[in-house]
Design a binder for this molecule. Structure first.
Ligand code: ZN
Length: 442
């Protein structure tokens, strides 16, 4: 890595190889609007494939639908008898409303020592770190410790139907021999009262995207109508949206909060789980949501004219459930919805939880500590989801490990899908070095 940090800070030239790749990828708009609507990932996939080919690898491109391209390549490791590690990223990004940003979200601007743009955090940063780690290893004549399956998926931001799920269902042979996977939304540092702690993601909540459909009696807006679909639906939405779900700790969140309590000097017997999560500062935006189920209404659709009562009304609820609580939560949602409301499951995906122990976890901790010796490393549960859900169908254990050392005052978790998404250039270098280390030693 050749980083002229003063020039990079000034934004004039001499970006590192990792930052250059991340910037190039940000400049390729891969906006995913959801429900199958997308700018598409083909241009980004071809860019990534060219990088892999230049390393002497043989990437394969897969189109699940026109424009929806994923890339997979195998890398031979020093010890082929070990289970292969899937190292994956996604190529798509969520939409960006340019008017809300202080920079062009697809220009890949460099200023204030950071790379700005949609995908800088989620997750063209890690895509670049993967590519540059591999390049560093292979161009110096070395090999990763074990076989790698390098995958860049389409469509993660809409649940992976056209990306990870498609490849897992149609081309499972691509992942033959793989036992574990690493990818996004983990391995970044948070600040705990002046101490740096890295959060490795070992669990993901389950997701249930449900639609509530109310039917009633249509009629004139001036009439008395006790069977108004919108009234019924809005009451159900209000009950579900304001439901306070109980805190349930899993082995992951318990271990996380024990670690947070130890670092912050709290007695876990004397402080509630919620207060401990809040004490993590900006990271609490992620961590608080991992302690309980959430049911957020997100879309409400009804009616077509001011003086006409429609006969149906629909609402979408984004339900994120602790692993294993899906059936109980769905039963409670049915109760809360009440009579006259039909519930349709639009999209469902599994929750995941794995132990914060074993050779891969040890190797992730060791590689972080080699580059940041005094830091703590803790497990956490992601309230959202990643392509690890799809890989779990093949029995592959997934972790969030996109290592980034971040400044204490950066509200990093708000940058995921946020305005002015940006990543410190120094964090990209830290991540590339740490990831390289992991791939060489694990
Ligand atoms: Zn992502």
């Amino acid at each position: 890595m050749t980083l002229d940090s003063s020039a990079a800070t000034a934004g004039i030239s001499s970006l590192s190889r990792t930052a250059t790749i991340a910037r190039d990828l940000i400049r390729i708009d891969t906006t995913n609007f959801g429900e199958g609507k997308s700018v598409g990932e083909t241009v980004a996939a071809e860019y990534v494939a060219a990088k892999l080919t230049a390393m002497g690898l043989k990437p394969e491109l897969f189109d699940s639908a026109p424009g929806r391209t994923s890339v997979v390549a195998r890398v031979a490791g020093a010890d082929a008898s070990q289970g292969a590690l899937v190292v994956h990223g996604h190529l798509d990004v969520v939409p960006a409303i340019a008017d809300n940003w202080s920079v062009d979200p697809f220009a890949g601007e460099v200023k204030d020592g950071m790379l700005w743009g949609r995908g800088a955090v989620d997750m063209k940063n890690m895509d670049a770190m993967i590519l540059e780690s591999l390049h560093g290893i292979l161009s110096s004549g070395r090999q990763p410790a074990r076989d790698l399956v390098i995958a860049f998926f389409a469509d993660e931001e809409a649940g992976g139907t056209y990306g990870a799920h498609y490849l897992v269902d149609k081309h499972p042979e691509l992942f033959a021999g793989a036992t574990d996977a690493i990818s996004e939304v983990g391995g970044y540092s948070i600040d705990l009262a002046g101490r740096r702690a890295y959060l490795v993601q070992t669990a993901e909540k389950a997701m249930m995207w449900i639609k509530l459909i109310a039917t009633g009696t249509a009629g004139h807006g001036s009439a008395i109508n006790p069977d108004n679909a919108i009234t019924r639906l809005s009451q159900a939405v209000a009950r579900i949206g304001s439901q306070e779900w109980p805190v349930h700790l899993t082995r992951t969140t318990r271990q996380l909060l024990d670690g947070v309590a130890r670092i912050l000097g709290h007695d876990p017997q004397k402080i509630s789980a919620e207060d401990l999560a809040i004490a993590t500062g900006s990271a609490s935006k992620f961590l608080s949501a991992s302690l309980r189920t959430t049911t957020n209404p997100t879309v409400f659709t009804a009616g077509y004219k001011h003086n006409v009562i429609p006969d149906t009304a629909e609402a979408l609820i984004d339900v994120r459930v602790l692993p294993g609580e899906e059936d109980a939560v769905l039963a409670r949602i049915r109760e809360l919805a009440g009579d006259g409301i039909e519930i349709e499951m639009v999209h469902q995906d599994v929750g995941l939880e794995t132990d914060f122990s074993g050779p891969l976890v040890d190797a992730m901790i060791a590689s972080l500590k080699r580059h940041d010796p005094d830091a703590d490393v803790l497990p956490y549960m992601l309230a959202g989801g990643t392509d690890n859900k799809a890989l779990s169908k093949l029995g592959i254990r997934g972790y969030g490990f996109a290592p980034l050392q971040l400044p204490a005052d950066l509200d990093f978790v708000s940058l995921f899908h946020g305005v002015d998404e940006r990543v410190p250039l120094s964090a990209l270098e830290f991540g590339t070095a740490t990831l390289t280390d992991l791939l060489l030693r694990y």
